[in-house]
Ligand binder design. Structure first.
Ligand code: HEM
Length: 72
C-alpha cells in the first residue's frame, strides 16, 4: 500500500495499530475495480479547477465542494 518515501502513518483511512481495519486490502482492491468499471466509458472534468486545499479530519478530504462533469 505504501509508495515512495511515505511513512506508514501518512495515509490512514483504515486506522492504525492493533485495531486497524482488517478489510483494508479488500476495500482498496474493490475501490480500484469499482473506479475502473465506472470510469471505463466516461471522461471526468473538473470545470472550476477543483479544490484549493485539503481538510485533514478523520479522513483527508477536499476543503470545499468539488463540481465534476461526466462525459460519455
Ligand atoms: C473503504 C472501506 C473501509 C474503511 C474506510 C474502513 C475503515 C475502518 C476503520 C477506520 C476502522 C477502525 C480502525 C481503528 O479502530 O483503528 C475499521 C475497523 C474494522 N474494519 Fe474496516 N474499513 C473499510 C472496509 C472494511 C471491510 C471491507 C471489512 C471486512 C471485509 C472491514 C472490517 C473491519 C473490521 C472487522 C474492523 C475492526 C477491527 C478491530 O477492531 O480489530 N472494513 N475499518
Amino acid at each position: 500500500m505504501l509508495r515512495g518515501e511515505r511513512t506508514p502513518d501518512a495515509f490512514m483511512p483504515f486506522g492504525l495499530g492493533p485495531r486497524m481495519c482488517i478489510g483494508n486490502n479488500l476495500a482498496l482492491m474493490e475501490a480500484g475495480l469499482i473506479a475502473a468499471l465506472l470510469l471505463r466509458d466516461v471522461r471526468v472534468t473538473v470545470p472550476d479547477g477543483g479544490p484549493t486545499g485539503l481538510h485533514a479530519g478523520v479522513t483527508l478530504r477536499p476543503d470545499g465542494p468539488v463540481t465534476a462533469m461526466f462525459h460519455r
